[in-house]
Design a protein around this ligand. Structure first.
Ligand code: ARG
Ligand code: ASP
Length: 699
């Protein structure tokens, strides 16, 4: 083991040839990159980015709600993230009477800030290489199961020790480089986080799903929250007595403007990338899973849209769900195209054949063919599981029935009440039913009989082979369609509930998949992971001059690059900045996604942009070469002096394959220019009290 670790340590430090701007680096090891960052324009030190002995920029960055990033911008706990990251909170506070999604929301006093049960933000206290501790007691003769058990036991001990020392501490031990390294991440989590401001969706989601994942972009994708703490600044559950959190560090804002070619760095929590997997793994994504998942989601989106267009109440109910479905749907399309354009599969095959020649006679001999055959063996099972997840598992009534029946049987009346309220607030049965018919028909056509539950075929036979008739029965006889009936349920109803058609559907599918598909998927994935550990190490030895960064895993990373346009196709060049002129060009009251609020038009007509203007306009978004991923939404985009110049929220369509292959010519992250954020807070929200809290530097 020792030998492997030193090889990795060496390649992390020495190499210098990672392709321009590719990479998501561990903050604790940023001293290895700081020379390159400084050469590219950064003026601060590694300690300014990450330190455990003094306040550093990391103390102004949070993991927001378990899937986004946020940054602190005032000494009183004010936090910026994306509108789409705060979307479900904004939506939960909205109704037809108070439609904060449509109209925006601005707390004019602290008392008006809205609590969000269930929302937490986590600060990274420190991260630590615990590889030796986690593998303490490991012997070469151990099986993979024994190794995993050891890793689990040793990790738990480390975690217990780490969290014993303070309020709100949480920790996790994560494998990096497929388990060639382990790091512990210790967080402090605050759970009283209140909504302070959000622009109307016609600004915060301007361009909607039409512009999503695209450049040029004009989306005002931000929302504002505030962290509250107890009197000692420690995490505490929501209480009226809590006070605004006083951060160790918050970002100063650079409002003087940024130019093409300037250095930027993004500090945040990218969720998941797979840069080092072999060609077969990529082929499954680009040729098989992305295409069928896209087709299934197209059906769901079309159905949702039809009903949302007919009724404003349904639009509010389904806005968040619809955006969730649409987001991955569109990304997968760009990703697939990118993989095909780059020829990633063929390139990887060519790499694998050179690797195999090199590996001949070494401990790495045979890894590639073994991985190849494992991937092929996995494919039909993975397909069956992915198809199930994107079809049968998406039926809302079924999901609700399973949760609610379990709560009813356990006699948990108050939890049942809460789940029931939340479900019916945003449920529209005709959508769910039509989706059932569409996706289950596809399931029948596309999943081979051996890979689907016999229950599916036998029930279908009862309805003469008609999914539509099945849906008619299920959506009229299930007790879970009827709110009053659900509210009346109790532990005595357990038996009857077992036979409810929605409960039965969920149970039969999940138990059959659980017994017949999942075990194979788990076993094969475990074997693949195990081989990937060796393959990863082998790749590092094979390419001693290349610098490797660990795949993203929702841990804090630094990505750096510079502001830069790109050419999406022959004869076309995209400039790196957009302005409010572009908003006015797109503005169209007839098109939902491009209907900017009247107040915005009025402000633009006055031409008074205050301190936020530049050359008679206001900058809105910009693109740069930072390597980001899902989870980086809301991340601070930082200038060469460590100041906030933007909020990251997306990537360009032609570059969405960056989770698998980063291409410096096409991969760009999209950020909101901080001046547009301030312009909206000021001129649309009239919330200058928030701007007063911030430290704004004009130079
Ligand atoms: N594409 C961005 C990201 O992956 C923004 C998503 C916002 N959602 C939407 N459906 N427009 O998260
Ligand atoms: N929009 C993404 C997010 O929500 C960011 C990305 O995938 O580039 O994290």
């Amino acid at each position: 083991m020792r030998k492997y670790i030193s090889v990795i340590a060496l390649s992390l430090i020495c190499g210098a040839s990672a392709s321009a701007d590719e990479g998501m680096w561990l903050p604790a090891l940023i001293s290895e990159r700081i020379g390159d960052m400084q050469a590219k324009g950064f003026t601060l030190t590694a300690e300014d980015i990450y330190s455990i002995s003094q306040a550093s920029l990391k103390d102004a960055v949070v993991l927001f709600g378990g899937g986004c990033t946020g940054e602190l911008v005032s000494p009183e706990g004010l936090l910026l993230t994306n509108h789409h990251c705060g979307y479900s909170q904004i939506q939960k506070h909205s109704s037809v009477d108070h439609d904060y999604l449509r109209d925006g929301f601005w707390a004019m006093t602290r008392a008006e800030e809205l609590p969000n049960p269930g929302l937490g933000v986590s600060f990274l206290e420190y991260m630590e290489d615990v590889t030796d501790k986690v593998l303490k007691g490991y012997e070469d003769s151990m099986t993979e199961e024994e190794r995993q058990a050891l890793v689990k036991k040793n990790s738990q001990k480390l975690i217990d020790e780490a969290v014993s020392g303070g309020k709100g501490l949480e920790a996790s031990v994560e494998p990096l480089f497929y388990g060639n390294k382990y790091y512990m991440f210790v967080y402090r989590t605050y759970t009283d986080v209140r909504l302070v401001g959000a622009p109307p969706s016609s600004i915060g989601k301007f361009g909607g799903d039409t512009d999503n994942w695209m450049w040029p972009r004009h989306t005002g994708d931000f929302s504002i929250f505030r962290i509250y703490a107890d009197k000692d600044n420690n995490p505490a559950p929501y209480s009226e007595d809590n006070v605004p959190y006083r951060p160790k560090k918050y970002f100063h804002i650079a409002a003087g403007g940024v130019g093409e070619g300037e250095f930027t760095f993004v500090y945040g929590f990218p969720g998941s990338t797979r840069e080092y997997i072999m060609s077969e793994g990529v082929r499954y994504i680009s040729d098989i899973s992305n295409p069928f998942k896209i087709a299934l989601r197209t059906m769901r989106l079309d159905i949702q849209k039809k009903y949302m267009d007919e009724d404003q109440a349904v639009r509010i109910q389904y806005s968040s769900k619809n955006a969730g479905v649409a987001n991955a749907w569109k990304k997968w399309q760009g990703e697939m195209k990118g993989i095909v354009r780059l020829g990633t599969v063929a390139k990887k095959q060519e790499f694998e054949s050179r690797f195999m020649d090199w590996a001949d006679g070494t401990e790495y001999e045979g890894i590639v063919p073994a991985l190849d055959s494992l991937y092929k063996e996995l494919e039909p099972y993975m397909y069956a599981l992915d198809y199930y997840n994107e079809s049968a598992r998406t039926i809302e009534l079924v999901q609700f029935a399973q949760r609610a029946s379990a709560l009813a049987s356990a006699g948990k009346d108050s939890a049942l009440g809460a789940v029931t309220d939340a479900f019916f607030k945003d449920y529209y049965l005709p959508i769910d039913k039509e989706i059932f018919v569409a996706v289950m028909n596809s399931y029948r056509e596309n999943v081979p009989a051996d890979f689907r539950p016999p229950y599916f075929d036998s029930t279908l036979a009862v309805y003469g082979g008609s999914v539509g008739k099945w849906a008619d029965a299920l959506f009229s006889t299930s007790v879970f369609c009827d709110r009053k009936a659900v509210e009346a349920l109790g532990a005595d109803d357990t038996l009857a509930l077992e036979n409810d058609p929605a409960v039965e559907f969920g149970r039969e599918f999940s138990s059959w998949i659980g017994e017949n598909i999942r075990p194979a998927v788990n076993r094969l994935n475990m074997e693949i992971n195990l081989l990937n550990r060796d393959y990863m190490r082998g790749q590092m030895e094979f390419q001693p001059d290349k610098v490797f960064y660990p795949d993203a895993n929702l841990t804090l990373r630094v990505a750096y690059g510079h502001i830069k346009g790109y050419s999406p196709s022959d004869g076309v060049y995209y400039m790196p900045f957009s302005t409010i002129e572009g908003i006015m060009e797109k503005d169209n009251p007839e098109i939902f996604d491009y209907n900017i609020p009247q107040k915005f038009r009025d402000v633009v007509a006055t031409g008074d942009y205050g301190r936020w203007g530049e050359d008679g306009s206001v900058p809105v978004c910009f693109i740069a070469t930072n390597h980001t991923s899902g989870g980086n939404s809301g991340s601070p985009v930082i200038d060469s002096r460590g100041r906030l110049i933007g909020i990251n929220f997306d990537r360009v369509w032609e570059g969405t394959m960056s989770d698998i292959e980063f291409d410096p010519d096409f991969c760009r992250n999209i950020s909101l220019d901080i001046r547009y954020v301030l312009f909206i807070i000021d001129k649309i929200g009239n919330a200058d009290h928030l701007i007063e809290e911030m430290t704004i530097e004009q130079e």
